[in-house]
Structures are given as structure tokens and as C-alpha cells.
Design a protein around this ligand. Structure first.
Ligand code: KDG
Length: 318
């Protein structure tokens, strides 16, 4: 087990994408890949040259084996991933529609990861991290996953390891009321929260960036990153405030995963010791490259690709 800069914990799913121009039904050509907010982030950090460990549980099935093999191939430390003999890897189907955002169907209730408990991982598997990255998907999966999340947060606090959290609200997993109550309970143990505007609104009831950030800071985190869609993103702490516009891109091919890409870019720049403004810029650059590529993680750039994109892309949307 090599020493990671970042440890992330979460579920990856096998994904079956329906056809671009047809229904997801009998006879359809379905393309298999995998996804997962935390595994997307792990790949993003690994491609940028950071040491990252992904903690998860997969089923003893071809999907779990394929996911682990791919993450290992990307350079992610998968040495602590557990294989369950009794429960399957989660699965998701994506119905792609030309006229709307894709429709997602989860088959993850009772999955191998959803059965994880506070006993599943050795605390040593996160205690050597410089930062821990979690999302609001994990506590939505099961009562035992929520307990595991609380356990990691409490232990990280005691060990002095900063925790990052993206609420990643998924309405097919829980209601806004459940998400708000649970995340309010978890946020006092989080150091940096990276939220979309709608999530910030759900958590605080505020709709203006500065007031939303103030309310989030009051809940406990020392820093708040607010993603305001195509406009850009804000960084707030008690004594600093930054805004950076997004990059102009020719076409959004597939927006899913861009938030995880933004988080990977922002966290990568933080690990490199860059300023909040530079962190926002790297977050936007990585998010833009994910937006311009099919798939949730396939467009995540290497260092060289990121440098190339930044060298030619000086224009911003605003
Ligand atoms: O952020 C993108 C993720 O949502 C996607 O890759 C799959 O983790 C996933 C989920 O739960 O929908």
C-alpha cells in the first residue's frame, strides 16, 4: 500500500448506455462502461499525477473485476478494495435522449458497497492520507454507509486530516429533506465543501452566492466552493473570496462527470499549493475537458493535456 495524497471512499457502478438515437429497450445496442463520483475523482487525480487510493466494495462478478482492473490501470491504489461474496456490484442504465438530459436508472439497492459498515475498512487505509474526499452519495445508499461516513469523518477529525465533500445530490436516492437533514449533520466535520448552486440552495435556503456561502460556512466548513454552472465558480473562506469564469468551449458533448472533474482539478491545484483563483481555474479546465468528451470520466486530462488546453484557451465565457 503506497502512501496516497488523497483517499476517497464510494461506490462505482457498471453503466449500460442506451443508443444515442433510439430507445433503451429490446434489441437496442447497449454500450458498457463504469462510473461513480468518487472513482471519477480518483481517475482525475491519478491522471494529473497525484497518489490516490479508492476505498470501495465490489461484487465477485465480471463488473466488479472490470472496474477494479480499470482503476488499477489508471494508477489508482485499489489495494484496499473489498470483494463481497454475497452481494453484486451496482449497475446503472442510462437512457440517452436527443431531446433531454439522459435518464438514469439505478440498480444499486443491496449492492456490495451499500452493505459496507464501520468494520469494512481498516482505519489505517485512510489515516495516511493528506486529504479525504467524500460525497453525499455514500450516506444516501444505506444506513450502514451513513454510519461508515460518520465514522470516517470523526476519525479524520481526530487525526487532523482535512475532509472534502461534494453533496452530489441524487434525487433518485433520497428526498431533499432527507439529504438536507443528513448533510447538516455531517457538514460540521467537513473542511471544504464543493457544491453546485442548486445544492447550496437546498442546504441553506439562500439563492445569492455570498449569503449561501456564509450560511454554509456557519455550518462548519472552513472553505466553500460554489459552482454556478456556465457562469463560473466562487471560493469563499472567512477572510477570502474569489470568482473565476468558466472556459468557452465549442460544444458540451456530455455534462455528466464534469462536477467530479472540477473537484479533481480544484483538489489537484490545492495539493500543488496554488492559490484559490488558480484552483478554480484548474477546476474549470478539467470540467471543460470532461464536458467535451463522451462518458463520465473518459475526458479527464493528463498533466500534458491540461497544459495544452490552458495554453490555447485564454478566452472565458463572460
Ligand atoms: O457525478 C457523476 C456520477 O454521478 C456518476 O458517474 C455516477 O456516481 C454516480 C451516481 O451515483 O450517479
Amino acid at each position: 500500500m503506497s502512501t496516497p495524497q488523497v483517499v476517497t471512499l464510494g461506490e462505482a457502478l457498471m453503466v449500460f448506455n442506451g443508443p444515442h438515437h433510439g430507445r433503451l429497450e429490446r434489441g437496442a445496442d447497449v454500450a458498457a462502461t463504469f462510473a461513480g463520483a468518487e472513482s471519477n475523482l480518483a481517475i482525475g487525480l491519478a491522471r494529473l499525477g497525484h497518489g490516490v487510493r479508492w476505498l470501495s466494495v465490489v461484487g465477485d462478478d465480471p463488473f466488479g473485476r472490470d472496474i477494479v482492473r480499470n482503476l488499477r490501470g489508471e494508477g489508482v491504489d485499489v489495494s484496499q478494495v473489498k470483494v463481497s461474496a454475497d452481494a453484486p456490484t451496482a449497475v446503472m442504465f442510462k437512457n440517452r435522449r436527443a431531446w433531454a438530459e439522459p435518464e438514469v436508472f439505478y440498480y444499486r439497492a443491496g449492492s456490495a458497497f451499500s452493505r459496507a459498515t464501520t468494520e469494512t475498512f481498516d482505519p489505517a487505509s485512510w489515516r495516511d492520507a493528506q486529504s479525504i474526499y467524500l460525497t453525499g452519495i455514500t450516506p444516501a445508499l444505506s444506513a450502514s454507509c451513513l454510519e461508515l461516513m460518520r465514522h470516517v469523518l470523526a476519525d479524520a477529525r481526530q487525526c487532523g486530516i482535512p475532509v472534502w465533500l461534494d453533496p452530489n445530490y441524487r434525487r433518485k436516492l433520497w428526498s431533499m429533506e432527507q439529504a438536507r437533514a443528513t448533510l447538516h449533520d455531517l457538514l460540521p466535520h467537513v473542511n471544504v465543501v464543493l457544491a453546485g448552486f442548486a445544492e447550496g440552495q437546498m442546504l441553506t435556503g439562500e439563492s445569492e452566492a455570498k449569503r449561501m456561502a456564509a450560511a454554509l460556512l456557519d455550518l462548519g466548513p472552513a472553505a466553500v466552493v460554489l459552482k454556478a454552472g456556465v457562469q463560473g465558480a466562487y471560493y469563499f473562506s472567512r477572510n477570502a473570496e474569489e470568482f473565476a469564469p468558466t472556459f468557452a468551449i465549442s460544444q458540451v458533448i456530455d455534462p455528466i462527470g464534469a462536477g467530479d472533474g472540477f473537484a479533481a482539478g480544484f483538489l489537484s491545484a490545492t495539493l500543488d499549493g496554488l492559490s484559490p483563483a488558480e484552483c478554480l481555474q484548474r477546476g474549470h479546465a478539467v470540467g471543460a475537458l470532461v464536458n467535451m468528451t463522451e462518458g463520465d470520466w473518459e475526458g479527464l486530462p493528463t498533466r500534458a493535456e491540461l497544459a495544452h488546453f490552458l495554453s490555447q484557451s485564454t478566452e472565458s465565457v463572460r
